[in-house]
Design a protein around this ligand. Structure first.
Ligand SMILES: C[S@@+](CC[C@H](N)C(=O)[O-])C[C@H]1O[C@@H](n2cnc3c(N)ncnc32)[C@H](O)[C@@H]1O
Length: 315
């Protein structure tokens, strides 16, 4: 094996302890350090792969999924309308949309006449850039901020409503993040949050996992699992005094392979696979053949159940 020597400075007491521990365990210093560095590199690589920065570096993938839901839902559920009904606005409330993506929700609110101050926050610079551009084109007055839901740059009791749609499952420390939301909400204000069931779209998820196994990658676990319909009420209730839940069951219905393939392809950046155009093309071709075969076996109809949960939380 070809090697390079590295020189590091380390506190003498720690070094003595380290050497004692190595002798006790009968381990060679170079081997131990090589192994530790390898483990550290694989951990960082894997985290980078699963990073939301990779998933939401552009709006394209999210938009494919949003468009698929709008076009192929069995019954049309308008998420914006549902959230607006829950907020029951008088027109001048100060609202913060966390994980606002390209800002469609706040843009709609102001377009339909909401007069209170609106702020959208997202970790993705690209999403915020698009939100800004769109609202400038429409001459709207909305504040857009690149930021992290875990470290909100706002003073306590400053918003009437915080909205966090389909984003809490991405946050590593959900409980602390929700406490941060509560801190900035005014005494009579609240939080409206939405999420999916961890079992939503089982057929799409099965096809995706079969593809991963076929190409030698680990299966995917539901991205909604950390904050999903199955646990959201319990998580929210430990911070908010009152939590109302409404769950709507629906399905996506496909008669062609193409939208199924596009949906799964839009998830590639959230899968633990390398960015590789040739690999992506091979996977896409594999998905097309599989989806077409499954459709043929099932009378050309692919029905995939999904649930969406709405949560109205008051301080
Ligand atoms: C599934 S999208 C939902 C977008 C939008 N809320 C909607 O309902 O269409 C999740 C969004 O949350 C953002 N996000 C994820 N984690 C975040 C965090 N810790 N802080 C801020 N934004 C975050 C992502 O960048 C992405 O735009």
């Amino acid at each position: 094996m070809k090697g390079k020597s590295i020189h590091i400075r380390i506190n003498e007491t720690i070094l003595e302890k380290f050497e004692e521990a190595l002798i006790y365990e009968g381990i060679n210093k170079t081997e131990f350090l090589t192994h530790a560095i390898q483990n550290f590199c694989s951990k960082v690589e894997s985290e980078k792969m699963n990073d939301i920065k990779r998933q939401y570096g552009t709006s394209t993938h999210l938009q494919v999924r949003i468009d698929t839901h709008v076009k192929y839902e069995e019954k049309r559920i308008d998420l914006d309308e549902m959230v607006i009904n829950l907020l029951n606005l008088t027109n001048d409330e100060k609202i913060l949309d966390i994980g606002c993506a390209t800002g469609a929700f706040l843009t709609l609110l102001q377009t339909i006449g909401h007069k209170g101050q609106l702020t959208g926050l997202d970790q993705s610079p690209k999403m915020i850039e698009e939100a800004n551009k769109k609202s400038q084109q429409k001459n709207l007055n909305i504040e857009w901020i690149i930021g992290d839901a875990r470290k909100l740059p706002f003073s306590s009791n400053s918003y009437d409503w915080v909205v966090a749609r389909h984003m809490l499952y991405h946050v590593p420390d959900i409980q602390k993040t929700i406490e941060g939301f509560k801190r900035i909400i005014k005494p009579n204000g609240g939080l409206v949050t939405t999420t999916n069931s961890r079992n939503s779209l089982p057929r799409i998820m099965e096809l995706c996992n079969n593809m991963l196994v076929e190409f030698g990658f680990p299966e995917r676990i539901s991205s909604a699992a950390p904050f999903c319909i199955e646990n959201a009420k319990e998580i929210l209730s430990s911070t908010f005094d009152s939590v109302e839940e409404k769950v709507i069951s629906n399905s996506l219905v496909f008669e062609q392979a193409e939208p199924i393939v596009n949906y799964i392809t839009s998830m590639f950046p959230s899968l633990n696979i390398p960015d590789n155009t040739d690999l992506y093309t091979d996977m896409k071709n594999w998905l097309k053949i599989e989806a077409e075969n499954i459709l043929l076996r099932n009378g050309k109809v692919w029905r995939d159940p999904k649930d969406v949960g709405f949560y109205l939380c008051k301080k």
